[in-house]
Design a protein around this ligand. Structure first.
Ligand code: XMP
Length: 321
């Protein structure tokens, strides 16, 4: 891999910010750049950095793909407005669900997200805004895992030989590509982002699609969204790296209100990790596990089985896709 990593112990956040601001001014050459904000740490840091560097020449879009967590779109918009960064919400729910319809293969699901995001939605936004650049918060780990053939992260393009200028009609700029998550958080703090943003647990670009095994229909996304809200509420204080709910494709027999029901299975994952490259399941108390199982099966009657993942990464991965 030709990109050189900046390790967090070698990072001076202020110097990094100054250098990247100068580079962004140079790279965008007075033109308009569009920016893909998802609300995650990486994209929020990219947004603040670029806002500082090129101000009004930055057009930030939040794409509502219908795949985000409960209340997430409103929360992301609100945070950025409070920080004085103008953001436009684009409703692309139908485009994403149309592209995902009937797709069950994990890599094809990732590809469907990539195509919809870069070709359909950003292709259109770039044309409408007259921009020539797309800014995004790709980090070193994303490139590393894709190049190692582990997973094709949705945001990896040029490193796979894709000429974005040719294929999508714009150049992609990735100011955080030399950093891992710890470094990104340090830069976010130095940029004045609130701790709730720079210390936010990671959330993948393809969003809840990475947590539905098989066909990601609107109904399944809605089910995993409700389970996610419960898991996130119950695990918010355990100080884990990441925690999530996964909806399995297989159904299992259960009992609901005294009758046989053929229901869904939710798997809970909670990870201890520093950089998502290796991870271990968090040692949770059985009381807490029981409480989550009880809440999930009570509040989501379509679910009759809840399990907790006890596998490390590797061989597991953090998400299910
Ligand atoms: P995995 O599942 O590969 O996840 O162990 C490693 C870390 O990356 C996040 N992740 C993604 N982030 N685009 C992203 O921006 C993706 O396609 C993607 N897939 C996984 C995951 O949440 C974890 O923090």
């Amino acid at each position: 891999m030709s990109i050189k990593e900046i390790k967090s112990e070698d990072l001076n956040p202020e110097e990094f910010i100054n250098e990247k601001c100068l580079a962004l001014v140079e790279e965008t050459k007075g033109g308009i750049a569009v920016n893909a904000l998802s609300g995650g740490v990486d994209s929020s840091v990219t947004t603040m950095l670029a806002h500082r560097a090129i101000g009004e020449r930055l057009k930030t879009y939040y794409i509502d793909n219908g795949l985000m967590r409960a209340g997430e779109s409103d929360a992301v918009m609100h945070t950025m407005v409070k920080l004085g960064v103008p953001v436009e919400l684009v409703d692309a729910r139908e485009e994403f669900f149309t592209a995902l319809k009937g797709v069950t293969d994990p890599e094809k699901k990732r590809q469907a997200i990539t195509d919809t995001f870069y070709k359909t939605v950003f292709g259109r936004l770039v044309k409408e805004s007259g921009a020539r650049f797309l800014l995004q918060g790709t980090i070193f780990t994303d490139v590393e895992e894709t190049m190692a053939g582990i997973k094709r992260q949705h945001n990896i393009l040029s490193q796979l030989g894709i000429d974005t200028q040719d294929v999508y009609g714009y150049k992609v700029i990735e100011p955080l590509i030399e950093l891992r998550k710890t470094g990104v958080r340090m830069v976010g703090k130095a940029l004045g982002l609130p701790e709730s943003v720079y210390n936010r647990p990671p959330f993948p670009g393809p969003a809840l699609v990475t947590r539905v095994i098989g066909d990601a229909t609107p109904e399944k996304i809605d089910l995993v969204r409700r389970a996610t809200a419960i898991v996130e509420a119950e695990l918010a204080d355990v100080n884990a790296f990441q925690y999530l709910a996964i909806l399995h494709e297989d159904r299992v027999t259960g009992v609901y209100q005294g009758r046989r029901s053929y229901g869904n299975q939710i798997e809970i994952r909670c990870w201890d990790s520093t950089d998502a490259v290796v991870a271990k399941p968090t040692w949770l108390s059985f009381d807490l596990l029981e409480k989550m199982a009880s809440r999930i099966t009570t509040e989501i009657p379509e679910v009759v089985s809840v399990t907790y993942n006890i596998t490390t990464k590797p061989p597991s991965t953090i998400e299910a896709l």
